[in-house]
Design a protein around this ligand. Sequence first.
Ligand code: FAD
Length: 387
Amino acid sequence: MDFSEPEHITMIRDTVRKFVAREANNEIIAKWDKADHFPMEIHRKIGDLGLGALTVPEEYGGAGFDLIAMTAVIEELSKASGILAGMYIHTACYGGMNITSSGSPEQKAQLLPRVVEGSIFFAYALSEPDVGADLAATKTTAQRKGNKIIINGAKRWCSGATIADYLLLLVKSDPDGPRYKNLSFLLVPPTLPGISITTVETMGQRGSPTCDVIFDNVEVGLDAILGGEAMWNQGWSQLAGPALEAEKLEVPAMALGVAEAALAEAWEYSQQRSQFGQRICSFQSIRHKLADAKTKVQACRNMLYWAAWLLQEGRPAAAETAMTKLFVCDTCRDVVLSCQQILGAYGYAEGFSIERHVRDVLVYPIYGGSSAIQLNNIANRLGLPKA
Ligand SMILES: Cc1cc2nc3c(=O)[nH]c(=O)nc-3n(C[C@H](O)[C@H](O)[C@H](O)COP(=O)(O)OP(=O)(O)OC[C@H]3O[C@@H](n4cnc5c(N)ncnc54)[C@H](O)[C@@H]3O)c2cc1C
């Protein structure tokens, strides 16, 4: 057993911390949060750090798949803001991991070098107004007409649709086909004629546009099929394929970074604030909250990097990644809410980062497979009989 962090990952953390201190400190992030706008310039600057290479094979200019390093990048960026980490995830994970695992040779050659340089942005278009956890019930249709594909339907909650180069669009490609064999993935630029996008207001995640996307007879070529023509109607196998387990670690990595930031703020505040002539860190109720939060965050870290290590080693980890998504997201939400209490009224007001962390952390147990769905996954993967 060796729990020490490899040197190159410690160096990557250092690079990201310096970048955040320079380009995205709390004051800067607070302005972006208030304006509900993250400048795309910051996406380019994250790209300049060269960390897109961590999800791309060497033959396409990457550094080879380094899941532990990728997780560390997400954790460090999330200490500043989950949205900042999202900017990295949309490129390195949604793009790098999916195109590597499911792209055709042409798509890999065309898109992966842009992932490495951080100059491309992908958005997931999976959910629909009536389709949440049950993605196999996707209603948006794609109909083949000769060399063309015609798309009609509506996607909802598509984060980053307004700023993406490509939507990773899940469509029903065979209306009469059996469940799980009737879906395809398409790579669709959101600027095509027939696509209209409107943003949906959410309580947190400000700066990451969450969008409704309508498709009205949108036309793409067969080269839009992720993985090429042979993958028509094979979209479910791509969704539930090799990239899925690693994808389950992105959200908990964000949750961990946000919880660590909230805890650091509460830890510091407890030593500055005095009541009844004493620093509040001397009260047992505050000490216990902080000690409890430190313990829970440590448990989350261990679990997250354990799951990342399993995957990096190529070991089976379907139940373990589901446990990690469930436990880390739920626990980090609880930690952030507990830390907010330590700041009293100031934890509810602008000025400290914790009110932003509260708004942001609440979504982590919801998206990327809700906690209830992870519980189902764990019981199913561990073979618990249903009858
Ligand atoms: C800020 C934000 C950003 C998002 N970004 C994206 C994005 O970029 N792309 C995208 O495609 N989607 C995105 N989503 C959508 C997100 O992935 C969905 O919200 C999520 O999949 C859950 O779907 P739903 O909200 O429709 O809930 P539903 O599936 O309708 O579930 C409602 C409730 O029922 C429970 N439930 C459902 N099925 C079961 C079951 N079988 N067993 C037990 N309980 C169950 C759920 O846990 C939940 O509590 C985003 C959502 C938000 C809020």
